[in-house]
Design a binder for this molecule. Structure first.
Ligand code: SAM
Length: 359
């Protein structure tokens, strides 16, 4: 496999400060290099080990700092990896880590919602992995505006070179009503209206510091002293919004199923309940073929199962992993093996049903 990136060379930027690890991973910086502990890595490799496809390609749809990709390439000698990320700075780091695997690894700058185009001309693969969310490299880079720990321009885009608005621009454009809905859908809770009104009445909000301050001021005094900063969920909701994270996942799941060879496996690691619910419903739909006949009458709609879950329940980090890496605590991995040759019918049913899967 060609080890060159498909979209040309990335311009090198100076190494960013701080830890370089995915959210949920621990990293210890060695002089001149970074080490890396990807979440549920042994379980991810195990999930791909039993290969039942002619294809040997595994797509790491969120390659980040290539922690999972490295483990896959080290432990599965048959595997070739195509790594995708929307963040060019992550790809630069991944490139450094994967160059020693030569033609077994290729990197692509793309969104995973467009996974099929991103991996073309490869059209059938043995496995797909998505380790959702942001990396600690993104969270811990003071200049990128993901965290209220650093005062920085209010950006939060995973692809800052893209054309989408940053959070500062998004707050100017969004209506108060939509902002309330976004906060509610992303777990901000009963203070959603109060926070949305506070932000919309103090525009422009240009920095992470200003955003955090407005949220703290709008929080009733009795709720301010908790373990979690009052702005945590607001930051997450705005990040999810400007990066279209829900829409990306909605498009990724069927595209990944379509890309798998029969017998291929997809594995998705989620870090919040909304994502995990969507993945779970998708797996159930594929297992039932999208049948919505009342169970007591049996299926009369002709739905055929197109895949099966490979583990009964979601996989969560072991006690050892949690002890070594507390940031992995919210991780849940679900996996699906494609069993059908033809998945067109189940994908059509998915697009009919997914608009009704609220929250
Ligand atoms: C949790 S990190 C992955 C870490 C990686 N598994 C590792 O071991 O280093 C998530 C990565 O996915 C990327 N990402 C998130 N959403 C994406 C999307 N829709 N398309 C492509 N990349 C995305 C982020 O930029 C980030 O680098």
């Amino acid at each position: 496999m060609n080890s060159q990136r498909s979209d040309g060379d990335f311009e090198k930027t100076p190494s960013q400060g701080g830890l370089h690890s995915p959210a949920g991973s621990t990293d210890e910086r060695q002089p001149g290099q970074f080490t890396h502990a990807p979440v549920l890595a042994a379980e991810v490799v195990q999930g791909f080990r039993d290969r039942r496809t002619p294809s040997t390609v595994i797509v790491d749809a969120t390659v980040g700092l290539a922690g999972h990709s490295q483990r896959i390439l080290d432990e599965l000698d048959w595997a070739e990896v195509i790594g995708i990320d929307r963040d060019r700075r992550a790809l630069e780091q991944a490139q450094d880590r994967l160059s020693r695997y030569g033609g077994r690894a290729r990197l692509v700058h793309a969104r995973f919602g467009e996974i099929s185009d991103a991996v073309a001309p490869v059209a059938a693969v043995a496995g797909v992995l998505a380790d959702l969310g942001v990396s600690s490299m993104q969270l811990d880079d003071p200049g990128r505006g993901f965290s209220f720990r650093f005062d920085a321009p209010l950006d939060m885009r995973m692809d800052p070179d893209g054309e989408d608005a940053d959070v500062a621009g998004f707050l100017l454009a969004v209506s108060t009503k939509d902002l309330i809905r976004i906060f509610r859908e992303n777990g901000v809770g009963t203070l959603s209206i109060r926070y949305a009104n506070a932000l919309k009445s103090q525009l422009p909000v240009a920095t992470t510091g200003e955003l955090a301050e407005i949220i703290v001021s709008a929080t009733p005094a009795r709720l301010r002293g908790g373990r979690t900063h009052p702005a945590t969920k607001v930051f997450q909701a705005l990040r999810v919004s400007v990066n279209y994270e829900a829409s990306e996942l909605i498009h990724f799941l069927p595209a990944a199923l379509g890309l798998l060879d029969r017998g291929g496996v997809m594995q998705v690691i989620s870090y919040h309940s909304g994502e995990d619910r969507l993945v779970k419903r998708f797996i159930r739909l594929v297992e039932t073929g999208g049948c919505i006949c009342p169970p007591r009458l049996g299926c009369t709609c002709g739905a055929e199962p197109a895949g099966e879950r490979t583990t009964r329940h979601a996989i969560i980090p072991s006690d050892d992993e949690l002890a070594a890496n507390p940031r992995s605590r919210s991780a849940r991995m679900r996996a699906l093996r494609r069993t059908a040759n033809d998945v067109a019918d189940v994908l059509e049913r998915y697009w009919q049903q997914v608009p009704t899967w609220h929250g």
